[in-house]
Design a protein around this ligand. Structure first.
Ligand SMILES: [Zn+2]
Length: 80
């Protein structure tokens, strides 16, 4: 079971100080840099920002591979 690992990639709910509860969040792309992307997490209850996350290019590829995205990373690469 790798549930904890999975949670590193998707934060579905975060604690909101305004709502005083763990609320479902909406991910919003805040900033795109050459080597990483910064996401803002907004509470779906009150709309305030409850968190922020930086995704490096490597992490993004990994997340896409896990989600079965367009780029599928090979499990092993054989060089010859
Ligand atoms: Zn809230």
């Amino acid at each position: 079971m790798s549930q904890q690992q999975f949670e590193n990639f998707t934060a579905s709910s975060l604690y909101c100080e305004k709502c005083k509860a763990a609320m479902p969040v909406r991910e919003r792309l805040l900033l795109v840099l050459p080597d990483k992307e910064i996401f803002d997490y907004l509470c779906t209850g009150c709309g305030s920002s409850v968190g922020r996350r930086e995704i490096t290019a490597g992490e993004k590829l990994l997340a896409e591979a896990m989600a079965g995205g367009p780029r599928r990373a090979p499990m092993s690469v054989r060089l010859q």
